[in-house]
Design a binder for this molecule. Structure first.
Ligand code: AMP
Length: 395
């Protein structure tokens, strides 16, 4: 699935239309609270500018209605922030396919960069409209996709635009290339033993991931509240733990499919209330008393999972082992994160909460890859193919 990257094309004096993910968290007044997504796109951006390309950046921000400009979702602050990071002026177009975009792009000199306004201000973005995409594609000589977090979507800027580029180069940016390398290529050809660790709140969110990974992993370790629905399926007592009674039958079928590949907790760290200073006790799995709820895996489970991780050659992790935001129920997640960080395995952390947990606990630089896409990395773990990636030129 290796794709050409932006490094493989000659960009000098060419207009490069790059889809980035500048969907940054903001305060009500528009100030950016976390510019990580902008900083992560810098390698691809700088690669084009350093080689004398004319760079046009497009992105979505939030969920505007698609009926024109909504000030709360303007990308202008991201253009300002990018200018500060690049230490150069960044032009801003107040539309995507109108006169402002046309004039702004025409004024670009080699090594210049502009940001177009939010692609979702136009209804054509979410509907994947080919007329809208045709105008966007018409701005450029080269298309580059560096927006991994949106790769599982069929928005115009992700799918219809590269289609409309026809035979012009369509490449991945460095972020997308790295995500494909780990979430697709490593998973397709893992060094074994290959272990998946799955946690989080709901089994219903991860059914397809569990199904897919049971097919390709040697072991799938389950933690988080998800484990209690499996416990219920085995006739266990779950007290007032977070469970999905309507998913018990499904859990039974996953247990049958998984056999001894599917590993469940052996003990549970419980509390009598959903707060850090509640009364606590550790009980055997399936023996959570009435009035108590499971909030983390217990120490025996943490040791068992850490041991399995230590013996693995490839680890994929998605979802915390407990309520990691609330000490001491972060201990199970910490123990597993520590084992992943210390292991010599290729370790891939799925986006969303597990990425946040690994970062919060200070292990981000001790793992091989932390995925940037929540929904997108989950879709890749489900084995889904992305049209937005398939459309890019083969290396
Ligand atoms: P997810 O988005 O499905 O990965 O779920 C992450 C969330 O699951 C985090 O906010 C955790 O606090 C929560 N979670 C994990 N284990 C439990 C648990 N035993 N009880 C309640 N919530 C949990």
């Amino acid at each position: 699935m290796a794709k050409k990257t932006i490094a493989d094309v000659d960009v000098r004096d060419k207009v490069v239309l790059m889809r980035v993910d500048f969907n940054v968290p903001q305060e009500d007044d528009g100030s950016i609270t976390d510019d990580r997504r902008i900083r992560m796109a810098l390698p691809s951006i700088e690669s084009v500018l350093a080689r004398g390309g004319k760079l046009v950046l497009m992105s979505h921000l939030g969920r505007p209605k698609g009926k024109g400009v909504e000030p709360a979702y303007t990308l202008r602050p991201t253009a300002v922030r990018l200018g500060e990071l690049l230490k150069k002026s960044v032009a801003f177009a107040t539309d995507t396919v109108g006169d402002s975009a046309k004039a702004t792009i025409a004024a670009l000199k080699s090594g210049d960069v502009c940001v177009l306004e939010n692609v979702r201000f136009n209804a054509g973005e979410s509907s994947g409209d080919s007329t809208y995409a045709g105008i966007l594609a018409g701005w450029a000589d080269i298309y580059c996709n560096d927006a991994f977090g949106t790769c599982h979507r069929k928005d115009a800027s992700m799918v219809a635009v590269p289609k409309a580029m026809g035979s012009k180069p369509k490449v991945s940016g460095f972020l997308v290339a790295k995500e494909i390398q780990y979430l697709s290529d490593v998973l397709a050809n893992p060094e074994r033993p290959f272990v998946a660790i799955l946690g989080g709140a709901k089994v219903s969110d991860k059914i397809n991931v569990i199904n897919n990974l049971l097919g390709i992993c040697d072991k799938v370790l389950v933690g988080g509240a998800m484990a209690y629905t499996f416990s219920l399926a085995q006739g266990g007592k779950v007290g007032k733990s977070l469970v999905e009674p309507d998913k018990v039958e499904l859990a039974k079928s996953l247990l049958a499919k998984g056999g001894d590949k599917l590993i469940l907790p052996v003990d549970t760290h419980c509390g009598d209330a959903f707060k850090g200073d509640c009364n606590k006790k550790i009980v055997a799995a399936g023996e959570i008393p009435d009035g108590w709820e499971g909030l983390d895996i217990g120490p025996k489970t943490a040791a068992l999972y850490a041991d399995i991780v230590r013996k693995s050659k490839t680890v994929v992790w998605n979802g915390p082992m407990g309520v990691f935001e609330m000490a001491p129920f972060d201990e199970g997640t910490k123990a597993v994160a520590n084992a992943v960080a210390e292991s010599t395995a290729t370790s891939i952390i799925g986006g969303g909460d597990s990425a946040a947990a690994v970062e919060q606990l200070g292990y981000a630089d001790k793992v091989t890859h932390v995925s940037t896409g929540g929904g997108a990395s989950l879709s890749m773990l489900e084995g889904e193919r992305f049209e937005a990636v398939d459309l890019l030129d083969e290396a």
